[in-house]
Write a protein that binds this ligand. Structure first.
Ligand code: 2AM
Length: 502
């Protein structure tokens, strides 16, 4: 008979699962682990015995029945299996062994609508289901991820102590992640990067938007790099120094920091900068695409986030681009000699675009909460992204501050701090986009963010003409500037050219 010893269970021992299990064990919890293929579990347990200080708290099981029995009730079982069918298959396999009140926690990158469906089904069966975004990759999972959980509040209360313990910790004063965790010795103190996000799929939705923002954050950095390289003729090391400098101020973030590091890295084969040896075709796993598709579905102009996805798609057409480069001509590139001036301008373009990108992400979440009946706390979301995840940045504290000033803030750009930053940087931002266009260098993210800024701040846009066109060819009607909203008119464009109210 199996004794009930484990505080929590975990299924799915690929990289994320192994690291999260060890993180949990390092915090003093006993964890039962299971994997569909038991070999992977055995290898993991053998590895733990040899290398992990917390190995006595990790117990492997070959039988799902024994695994479940070993967990204290109400059971908490974390799934880190491949998102999609594997999650459903694992839940189905678990169900016969569960008892009322047991809690399944899906830590995979699930589509939020799947999480909504699973939560509904499991709650009808008397079980709780928490969908938790887990961000930070392998290292985050091991030493402190950013965790975005959602489900019922009662289930969250059960999970909360463990989730707070294993989450990344940030310094309460500086907001910076506390570093220095090693196996067996997690960091002490600090503010955990986790908070209850909302009901059913909210956590996975917020994680998805995090990934969408990650796409645009990366693309913006790539455009800054590309302009410095092509317009200023800078080499990788010089650009690495610029990013390192930027990392000292407002732009300070994990992605800027690793970019500095990447640009200074030499190719072990040739000794030249490694970045120049890497093929320029981007991969993607789909969460950026989900974000952009949902922005389209909800009618939220997250154009910069979508551009970042399209930029990856365009990069992937490598052969076509190589062929087209022989056929389609642009202007010759003219190097700019005033490096200091343009580096500052590119920095401003990057910062202003980043503000727009985050404004879009938060606006999207604001719309989604209406659609799905969530009550999201945007300040708290920004706060839990300060550590553990890929988009961690000093900037996020500014977002938290903005929502603290005005919890009902309609758009981040309207906050005093961000408005001032946009006002200060916009001239340079415009010049960078114009210069890029004159030289034929694509900057889709800088450009679309600027179009968003200019569109959002325009009291009038040319959609009056668009409505006229729609009414002309399809009798779609229009509203008038001099009549109350909600009164619709149609003009008989081809007949007597009279207007009627519909
Ligand atoms: P495996 O080692 O048995 O393949 C990431 O792929 C994790 O998801 C692995 O732990 C993998 O288990 C698990 N996984 C993938 N498909 C699965 C399925 N259909 N059922 C259960 N686990 C699955």
């Amino acid at each position: 008979m199996t004794s009930t010893v484990a505080d929590i269970g975990l299924i799915g021992l690929a990289v994320m699962g192994q690291n999260l299990a060890l993180n949990i064990a390092d915090h003093g919890y006993t964890i039962a682990v299971f994997n569909r293929n038991p070999d992977r579990m055995r290898q993991f347990i053998a590895h733990c015995a040899q290398h992990e200080p917390s190995s006595e708290r990790v117990i492997g099981f070959e039988s799902l029945a024994d695994f479940v029995k070993a967990i204290k009730r109400p059971r908490k079982i974390v799934l880190l299996v491949k998102a999609g069918e594997a999650t459903d298959a694992t839940i189905d396999a678990l169900l016969p062994y569960l008892e009322r009140g047991d809690i399944i926690i899906d830590g995979g990158n699930a589509l939020w609508t799947d999480t909504i469906r699973r939560e509904k089904r499991l709650s009808e069966l008397g079980f709780a289901f928490i969908g938790s975004g887990v961000s930070g990759g392998e290292t985050g999972a091991r030493f402190g991820p950013s965790l975005m959980p959602s489900g019922t509040l009662e289930a969250w209360k059960q999970l909360e102590p463990i989730w707070r313990d294993i989450a990344c910790k940030v310094d309460p004063v500086t907001g910076k992640p506390i570093e220095g965790a090693v196996p067996g010795k997690p960091v002490q103190g600090g503010v955990p990067c986790t908070a209850y996000i909302g009901t059913n799929g909210a956590g996975h939705y917020v994680k998805m938007v995090h990934n969408g923002i990650e796409y645009i954050d990366m693309q913006l950095i790539c455009e800054a790099y590309w302009l410095m390289k092509n317009l200023l003729g800078m080499n990788a090391e010089e650009m690495g120094d610029v990013f390192a400098l930027w990392n000292e101020a407002e732009l300070s973030s994990f992605l800027i920091e690793i970019t500095a590091d990447i640009l200074r890295q030499k190719d072990p084969e040739t000794g030249a900068p490694i970045v120049d040896s890497i093929l320029d075709t981007a991969g993607q796993k789909g969460t950026g695409q989900w974000t952009a598709a949902n922005a389209l579905a909800l009618g939220i102009p997250a154009n910069a986030i979508a551009e970042a996805v399209f930029a990856r798609s365009l990069s992937a057409l490598k052969e076509e681009r190589v062929a087209a480069s022989q056929v389609l001509q642009g202007p010759p590139i003219r190097l700019e000699s005033d490096r200091a001036k343009w580096i500052q301008a590119i920095r401003d373009a990057l910062y202003c675009s980043k503000i727009c990108a985050y404004a879009q992400g938060f606006q999207l979440m604001a719309e989604a909460q209406k659609e799905y009946d969530w009550t999201l706390d945007f300040g708290s979301i920004a706060q839990i992204w300060r550590g553990g995840c890929i988009i961690r940045a000093r900037f996020l504290q500014k977002i938290t501050d903005a929502y603290a000033r005005d919890p009902g803030l309609k758009n981040l750009m309207l906050d005093d701090y961000f408005r001032d930053a946009l006002h200060k940087g916009q001239q340079n931002w415009r010049e960078v986009v114009a210069l890029a266009a004159r030289n034929g260098i694509p900057v889709p993210a800088f450009g679309s963010a600027l179009a968003y800024f200019d569109g959002y701040r325009s009291a009038r846009l040319p959609a009056n003409l668009l409505q006229a066109q729609r009414d002309y060819f399809g009798a779609h009607t229009y509203e008038r500037v001099d009549r109350p909203r909600g009164q619709f008119f149609h003009l008989d464009w081809s007949g007597d050219r009279r207007q009627s109210m519909t």
